[in-house]
Design a protein around this ligand. Structure first.
Ligand code: FAD
Length: 379
């Protein structure tokens, strides 16, 4: 409980959107400030809950250097996150990552790994594995050579959010399960739900692809688009799946084992399907076909019960995220566009924004193009 003196100096901060950015920001803000923090979240189609969980950005072919710097530092940030949040390894673990590629491309990939590890020691050890060695690590695969990075990680997005919410609630953060809208009222912000209206000094908008809808009534055009992502969750009898590494396969489908025999296969990237959240047989077909060349012929995943995880990613024209305070409205902070790598970058972005709101002035320019590339006030 806060003392009367503390309560008099407390600022009110609202966070709209309680995915990985909003929840992490709320936790760090509750540590950095005495302010009263409220998180509004209406988790329909939330990307964090639907996600696959791979934390391994180092060998990405993307040429955007700022994005790579962010993703690399985001992966590094997990070291601090694990300690600050006391994350158990059922939520985040350094499972290791196998990159399964055609044999003739593996040595070029290994060279790239040796180049990139110079300023990314989080990659851990780099090992070129024979087919037998790969299969020993991940028995459900065929015998195929692979590049193995021991530092690759795996996050369970849904249980991460439950855990952070618990920690933040213990630090007096309030969570409201409602859709919220935002209005400007002289020098403060009004957040409205169907049940109440409250005023805030500062607002963080971390609503994924819904940012356009929230900012449009305030006169902003935002370059943000929804992308449907589906993945398959097979419940298998394998007892040691928690010890298996993640496999990033050649093509769209990856293989992400969790404990208790849970095997995820994903994910689709469906720009045209946008906001739709319906599981489709086309997604099943394309993902199942995508992994067939890689899995052991004796394993028929169709024999196991399957559920779908479907969510909406936010992406921009150049597939890069953006985050920070608006020039014209320094008390309005935004973050969106994390695309396919938001589990990797999201916690770090949440931390940086919490620092910015707490006036700690973190360096955010090295990680992104100017906000005006993505968001502008209409004339
Ligand atoms: C199928 C799939 C697989 C993925 N796999 C990976 C992976 O392996 N590795 C990786 O790094 N990333 C992965 N991602 C990407 C990652 O999940 C996202 O980039 C990240 O979770 C985005 O986080 P966020 O906090 O920006 O948004 P979200 O998690 O979408 O959270 C935003 C929240 O705000 C809520 N909201 C929006 N508007 C309002 C409003 N007006 N009022 C109240 N609440 C509102 C939404 O409903 C939602 O709950 C994957 C995504 C998907 C969909």
């Amino acid at each position: 409980m806060h003392t009367l003196k503390e309560r008099k100096t407390m600022k009110k901060i609202a966070i709209i959107g309680g995915g990985i950015i909003g929840a992490t920001a709320a936790f760090y803000l509750s540590q950095l400030t005495n302010d009263h923090i409220t998180v509004y979240d209406f988790p329909q189609g939330q990307a964090t809950r639907a996600s696959a969980g791979i934390i391994s950005p180092w060998l990405s072919k993307r040429r955007n250097k700022k994005w790579y710097q962010l993703a690399k530092d985001g992966a590094h940030f997990y070291q601090k996150l694990v300690v600050d949040l006391a994350l158990p390894d059922t939520i985040f673990s350094k499972s290791g990552v196998l990159l399964v590629r055609p044999e003739d491309s593996l040595s070029a990939l290994e060279d790239l790994a040796h180049e990139r590890i110079k300023d990314a020691p989080d990659m851990g050890e780099i090992q070129l594995l024979t087919g037998q060695q790969t299969k020993r690590l991940l028995p459900v695969l065929k015998e195929m050579p692979a590049l193995y990075l021991t530092g690759g990680g795996r996050l369970d997005g849904a249980t991460y959010l439950q855990h952070v919410k618990q920690k933040a609630t213990a630090n007096q953060v309030t969570f409201v399960d409602s859709y919220a809208t935002l209005e400007k009222a002289s020098d403060f912000w009004q957040v409205k739900t169907d049940r109440h209206t409250a005023t805030y000094a500062t607002v963080l908008l971390s609503p994924g692809p819904h940012l356009k809808k929230l900012l449009s009534p305030l006169g902003y055009d935002v370059d943000i688009r929804p992308q449907k992502g589906q993945l398959l969750c097979f419940q298998t009898p394998f007892k040691d799946s928690a010890q298996w590494p993640v496999a990033m396969l050649d093509g769209e489908a990856d293989f992400i084992p969790f404990g208790h025999g849970k095997l995820l296969v994903g994910a689709t990237h469906e720009n045209e399907a946008g906001w739709d959240l319906t599981p489709t047989s086309e997604a099943y077909q394309s993902l199942a076909t995508g992994i067939t060349p890689f899995i052991d012929d004796r394993l028929t995943l169709e024999d196991y019960p399957v559920t779908y995880q479907v969510g909406t990613r936010a992406y921009t024209a150049d597939f890069a995220p953006f985050f920070g305070a608006l020039d014209e409205e320094p008390t309005l902070i935004v973050a969106s566009g994390l695309g396919s790598s938001g589990l990797t970058t999201g916690p770090y972005i949440g931390y940086l924004l919490a620092q910015a709101i707490a006036q700690a002035k973190p360096q955010m320019d090295p990680y992104q193009k100017p906000l005006t590339n993505y968001l502008n006030k209409r004339l």
